[in-house]
Design a protein around this ligand. Structure first.
Ligand SMILES: CCCCCCCCCCCCC/C=C/C(=O)SCCNC(=O)CCNC(=O)[C@H](O)C(C)(C)COP(=O)(O)OP(=O)(O)OC[C@H]1O[C@@H](n2cnc3c(N)ncnc32)[C@H](O)[C@@H]1OP(=O)(O)O
Length: 727
């Protein structure tokens, strides 16, 4: 609803109200139209202020209505912006909280915009698979120029008020009483000409190199959002603003919107949007849930281990203003680690200052570095982030049991070790939980929260709350080797290596999967992460190295196919980027520029000769299907075993932790797009061709879903039956 009231006889204030974020539903748009009409007709009203209820201007079109048929929301919103702009009475937007998407478009229709200092504005439609189709692509370039508008529209980035002021999106930033300030401004401009404030009537200020700018933007989005259509459509719409009059530009904007709307992208992206919010609403088979179990407060934290992960975790906690004690095992490691953390924190301060924060240094929590476990005695939570060695982790957790106060939660950042085994050495196994961060931990949004068999619901609630405090998306999963993310990833990577044995080149596989939309192909990813990490883990469990039983066939472990290729590369000192060579060669150790390596081609020829492997022509289609379907198949197994409780958990993990392209919704959503019968048939075929790749064997759950007539993804969960949930 939109309420309308008079202030001081001459200014009408219209308040948007649609909890929780005042999204523009059909009902709200109609109510706003009605309130505006009343204000315009009311001869006592000389100016209008539009604001949002409860300190939030408007988060844009109501995404919950996007999939409802016969929506008139779009055209109405567009008309509304024209109605506001052409009105002779000045209209001022009072922006508190957010003005996003349709919310910002509404504000751009207004003649003036006043923002609270903590407000954020942006056009995030591109992240929902659409474009700002209520005139955003036409009005914003007229207000702030082509280059800045292109950046905002193609990235969907949210801009804080001070930056918005610099860009010219808002006219004034205030520290308090935004609505009062908007009223003051509205009164002041009564009677003044509004021509220069009507954005649709202004010319677009084009730099001479505008075509080059547009072309450059196109190259960038094609690289950054491979396979996604909405960023390209956004650029086309801005191009229309450059070349066409406003009304023609609007027509083009609408055409592009309708084109995008007919693709699968908006549905996939909107599914991903809601999935990210729904994963926070965890429920256990016992009935305990996010609604019924309160988290314990986290006022202070400790991190053990200042390697790459530990440094990122400390930074993440400091960014959330949580005081941290950071512990290392010896002085040298502590010095190296503390310097690295301080440099990460400095970078965060710089970023904040660039965004206009005046007191950036004070907005980070304090970090204290120590070698002394006694300094951990008062913290509320400890996150262990030492390297993946069970004996070492157990030692640490035994020590923590003694040192930490009884109410302290003990978390491990292991990426795959058994949480129960770690918990079993403590005096509080119910307060032990996995918090698996993703590198770089202060940037990546995902936190895989792993529940062991002893973990209490209060511990889960607290870990999920910690994720929120850190600005991350916590996804609750069960305890199994490698949990959900890495368990699926291992098979995907392994498949890529098998394909190389069979005749593909690493760069061909990377290209196929990057063209599909993955942020990085498997070989570039392995080189970046370091091949030695997996090698060490495989050596420890006896898959390679001295513990491997003599006589084990080189390409077989148990009854499964195995590729020793990554092990051999490591034996040759090829660890990836860090050593300057791996699957690719690099300009130097630590270099990032991956170049195909003729050495590798010779090596692969010899390897295939030794193992009597005949190469064949492998299509892009096979690469994508084998790598992705084996991952998806494992996703079904994870659901069947109750390690994840819903397909959207797997999708959120992949979208936010593994660079899966959100415009396909995530692996499980993608499977539903392709069609489960197709995925099943292909898996059956590939399994028949490769009977020693056991993980290609279709999961029973996938078969069950197909046999049940392929229900929509939101119903899969109800087909799981009496699963033994690990949650
Ligand atoms: C005849 C044919 C003619 C064709 C003509 C076609 C013309 C068509 C024109 C169409 C015009 C459309 C143009 C406009 C499009 C849009 O505006 S799209 C929406 C853009 N906005 C966004 O993407 C904002 C997304 N939201 C956020 O970023 C965050 O939610 C937030 C607002 C910053 C708040 O963050 P936080 O405080 O962290 O809370 P959350 O948990 O994220 O959200 C709280 C709850 O609010 C729900 N929610 C958020 N945004 C929306 C929204 N826009 N619509 C509906 N609901 C929203 C969110 O789901 C949470 O809900 P709960 O989980 O239930 O609490």
């Amino acid at each position: 609803m939109a309420t309308f009231r008079h202030i001081c006889d001459s200014v009408a204030v219209i308040t948007l109200s649609n909890p929780p974020v005042n999204a523009l539903s059909s009902a709200l748009i109609q109510a706003l139209q009605k309130a505006l009409g009343e204000a315009i007709r009311d001869s006592a009203v000389e100016a209008i202020v539009i604001c949002g209820d409860k300190g939030k201007f408007c988060a844009g079109a109501d995404i919950r209505e996007f999939n409802k048929p016969s929506q008139k929301r779009g055209p109405h919103l567009l008309l509304l912006t024209d109605l506001i702009e052409s009105n002779k009475k000045p209209v001022v937007a009072a922006i508190e909280g957010v003005a996003l998407g349709g919310g910002l478009e509404l504000a751009l229709g207004c003649h003036y915009r006043v923002a609270h200092v903590q407000a954020r504005v942006g056009l995030p439609e591109v992240l929902l698979g659409i474009l700002p189709a209520a005139s955003g692509t036409q009005r914003l370039p007229r207000l702030i120029g082509i280059a800045a508008a292109l950046t905002l529209i193609t990235t969907g980035k949210y801009v804080p008020a001070r930056e918005a002021l610099k860009l010219g999106i808002v006219d004034k930033v205030v520290g308090e009483n935004t609505v009062d300030e908007a009223i003051r401004l509205a009164k002041k401009v009564i009677g003044q000409p509004l021509g220069s404030r009507q954005l649709s009537t202004l010319p677009v200020q084009c730099p001479p190199n505008v075509e080059a700018l547009l072309a450059e933007a196109m190259v960038k989005v094609k690289k950054q959002f491979r396979g996604a259509q909405s960023p390209q459509a956004c650029i086309e719409a801005v191009r229309a603003a450059v070349h066409l009059p406003y009304t023609e530009g609007i027509k083009k904007e609408q055409e592009l919107y309708q084109f995008l709307n007919a693709t699968h992208e908006p549905r996939a992206q909107q599914y991903a949007f809601f999935a990210e919010r729904e994963v926070a609403k965890w429920t256990l088979p016992s009935g305990a849930s996010w609604k019924t179990v309160s988290p314990q407060p986290i006022h202070t934290a400790a991190v053990i281990g200042l390697g790459t992960m530990g440094r990122g975790i400390v930074t993440s906690l400091a960014k959330a203003k949580i005081p941290v004690v950071a512990l290392e095992q010896d002085k040298r490691q502590l010095d190296i680690g503390s310097k690295a953390v301080m440099s990460l924190l400095d970078r965060e301060i710089l970023k904040m200052e660039q965004l206009g924060h005046t007191e950036a240094t004070n907005s980070l929590g304090p970090v204290r570095f120590t070698l002394d476990y006694d300094e951990l005695k008062d913290v509320d939570i400890v996150i262990e982030a030492v390297f993946e060695n069970m004996a070492l982790k157990k030692d640490i957790f035994r020590r923590l049991s003694v040192v930490c106060k009884p109410e302290a939660f003990l978390c491990t950042n292991t990426s795959g070790l058994n949480i129960d085994e770690i918990a079993s050495v403590t005096n509080r196994p119910q307060m032990v939980i996995g918090t698996h961060f993703f590198s770089p931990a202060h940037i990546m949004k995902l936190l895989e929260v792993v529940r062991g068999c002893y973990t209490s619901s209060t511990t889960i609630s607290t870990a999920m709350r910690l994720a929120k405090m850190l600005g991350k998306i916590g996804v609750l999963v069960g305890n199994c080797p490698s949990f959900v993310g890495n368990r699926l990833m291992r098979l995907y990577v392994e498949q890529a290596v098998f394909l190389v044995e069979e005749g593909s080149k690493p760069e061909e596989i990377d290209l196929a999967l990057e063209d599909f939309g993955l942020a990085m192909g498997p070989f570039r990813m392995m080189d970046l992460a370091g091949l030695d990490i997996g090698w060490k883990a495989r050596t420890e469990i006896g898959l390679t190295g001295p513990k491997l039983p003599i006589g084990t066939p080189a390409r077989q472990r148990g009854s499964k196919r195995y590729s020793p290729l990554p092990d051999i590369l490591c034996e040759q000192g090829r660890f990836g980027q860090k050593s300057g060579q791996g699957w690719y060669k690099y300009e130097k150790s630590g270099g990032r520029n991956a170049m195909p390596d003729p050495w590798l081609y010779n090596f692969l020829s010899e390897y295939r000769c030794i193992h009597n492997l005949k190469t064949r022509n492998i299509t892009q289609e096979e690469v994508i299907e084998r790598c992705l379907y084996i991952l998806i198949n494992q996703g079904f197994k994870v659901l069947e075993e109750g390690i994840a409780s819903d397909p959207k958990d797997i999708d959120v993990i992949y979208n936010n932790g593994y660079g899966w392209p959100k415009h396909t919704g995530g692996p499980m959503y993608y499977a539903s797009l392709v069609g489960l019968p197709v995925v099943l048939t292909k898996l059956e075929k590939y399994y028949e061709d490769n009977p020693d790749i056991l993980d290609l064997k279709p999961s029973n759950f996938l078969k069950k879903l197909v046999a049940s007539g392929t229900p929509p993804l939101k119903e899969w969960r109800s087909h799981l039956g009496s699963q033994s949930s690990k949650l």
